[in-house]
Design a protein around this ligand. Structure first.
Ligand SMILES: NC(=O)c1ccc[n+]([C@@H]2O[C@H](COP(=O)([O-])OP(=O)(O)OC[C@H]3O[C@@H](n4cnc5c(N)ncnc54)[C@H](OP(=O)(O)O)[C@@H]3O)[C@@H](O)[C@H]2O)c1
Length: 344
């Protein structure tokens, strides 16, 4: 294992998201970056030089297997394309590495089960990379709901959109069933947030998400079969008093930026204004009550990528259970699969 209580990380793939995660690994006090790999010649080195110019001592590989078998690597961050997570996560786990897998962990619940079985067999930690959960603003939203301020939670809405730049077209260059499009790209955040939000409840002691029993969606598909706009409803069943509980989500690559969710109860609502994209956004939540009371709460800037890396390293180094479990990953994927199925 690592020296002086630092987890030694390797990065599998010269993906764009390394812009965020590579500095996070370097900055986390309990982590160090020891290697990065890409299948494209020179891409690993170029990524390291771009995002960490003073960190030239990390090994740069032009193939992925060398990183997986590198004995200096304790844990692997896997930012491969969505449809490749299953293959490379299994290779890394079977080589005895702990793995932080970008969202979505895989494209089917069956594949997540394979990852879970391999993780148990190899006694390694695995977590799905929902970095946003580590931002303190969400714990505050939960606290507000659990205090009973907005009454019983009956509905939640999540909206995630931005204008796709031409350089990012690779996100929609393959069909939904192959991991392309908005549902697999930004849909996991919206659905994850709705599940967790609908799980908050007055007097709640635990932190368990609620699970939808059904999903329906409409989508606009491009020429590759990738959704560029999708709007869906998750049915969370009825509460003890027979009141309907729905979650609504709305994701798009064609509209101006929205990155927010809100929770609507019987007495009021609470809203998180910058949920998943926080760069240059001031984290702010607001709430309002039936009697007209309204409040805004602002948070000091906080980097959720850094917090995610610190958390996962801590779990490995100190044998703790990651905040985001396999049960959560499977339930999120089940909701994504239900949504996808409703389109056909
Ligand atoms: N947590 C977040 O905030 C966040 C944000 C964005 C994306 N994500 C997730 O992170 C994962 C990666 O997303 P991404 O948008 O960063 O993906 P990406 O840039 O398309 O990279 C995905 C993989 O494709 C290969 N690749 C990258 N650029 C390429 C190019 N120009 N030509 C050919 N192959 C190329 C890389 O593997 P090689 O280096 O081996 O070629 C890379 O690992 C996805 O699962 C996504 O859902 C998370």
């Amino acid at each position: 294992m690592s020296n002086d209580k630092k987890l030694r990380w390797g990065i599998l793939g010269a993906a764009r998201v390394n812009e965020r995660l590579l500095p996070a690994i370097i900055e986390a006090p309990n982590s160090s970056l020891v290697a990065i790999a890409s299948r494209r010649k020179g891409a690993a080195k170029a990524t390291l030089e771009k995002y960490a110019p003073c960190h030239g001592d990390a090994a740069c590989y032009d193939n992925l297997e060398s990183l997986i078998t590198d004995k200096n690597v304790d844990a692997i961050y896997c930012p491969m394309a969505n449809e490749e997570h299953i293959t490379w996560a299994l290779k890394a786990i079977n080589a005895g590495k702990h793995v932080l897998i970008e969202k979505p962990m895989a494209l089917t619940v069956k594949d997540i089960e394979k990852i879970e079985v391999a993780a148990i067999k190899n006694n390694v930690k695995v977590m799905e990379g929902f970095m946003y959960r580590f931002h303190p603003q969400h714990a505050r939203v939960k606290e507000i709901v659990d205090s009973g301020l907005i009454g019983d939670v009956l509905s939640a809405r999540a909206s995630y959109s931005f204008l796709m730049r031409p350089a990012r077209m690779y996100r929609i260059n393959r069909g939904m069933r192959d991991g392309g499009g908005a549902l697999w790209d930004i849909g996991p955040y919206a659905i994850h947030s709705l599940r967790w939000a609908m799980g908050y409840a007055h007097g709640a002691k635990n932190n368990k998400p609620a699970e939808p029993v059904a999903a329906v969606a409409h989508a606009k598909l491009n020429e590759h079969g990738a959704d560029t706009v999708l709007s869906g409803v998750l049915d969370f069943g009825s509460d003890a008093e027979g009141r309907a509980r729905f979650g609504h989500f709305d994701i798009s690559f064609e509209r101006s930026r929205k990155s927010e969710y809100e929770i609507i109860g019987t007495k009021g609502w609470v809203k998180c204004h910058a949920a998943w994209v926080f760069q240059n956004d001031v984290p702010v939540i607001s709430w309002a009550l039936e009697d007209g009371k309204y409040a805004e709460e602002r948070f000091a800037p906080s980097n959720h990528f850094n917090l995610e890396i610190e958390h996962f390293s801590d779990c490995v180094l100190n044998d703790k259970t990651p905040l985001l479990t396999f049960a959560d990953a499977k339930a999120n994927c089940e909701a994504l699969e239900m949504t996808l199925k409703s389109l056909s």
